[in-house]
Design a binder for this molecule. Sequence first.
Ligand code: ZN
Length: 151
Amino acid sequence: MSEVENLMNDPQVLRELIMDHYQYPHNHKLIKDNGYMSVHMASDSCIDDITVQSDIKDGIIQDIRFDGIACTISTASTSMMTDLLKGKSIAEAREIIKNYFDMIEEKDYDPELLQEAVALKNVYKQANRIKCATIGWKAIEEMIDESEAKK
Ligand code: ZN
């Protein structure tokens, strides 16, 4: 079994991963830089109110950052997203995002592409958490679309 498959079968480790990313979010705090794109997202069903920034240059996601008020699920899922997509090409990032949304919608997906983000694999069971688990991912998707539209 691969490392990710082992991870998927250990609910306790998955819970700890979510708590870790919530307590110590990665790529947290925004940057003042006009070269960055910025998307603000707020939820009407949760406290989530976040801003996600990204620097996409030469078809590569050079940096992603986020900050704001957010629940455990949205903080952890956005933190994991920044780790996963930083340094990836737009094509790679789109493939990862598609697989993540497939997982959240309870469709087939490739866990190897999602790494730690498989920790959110049971979110589909709680309809009111789906928005939390996708809010940061939708923000980066919007910025990828924007960066491609600019070309
Ligand atoms: Zn939330």
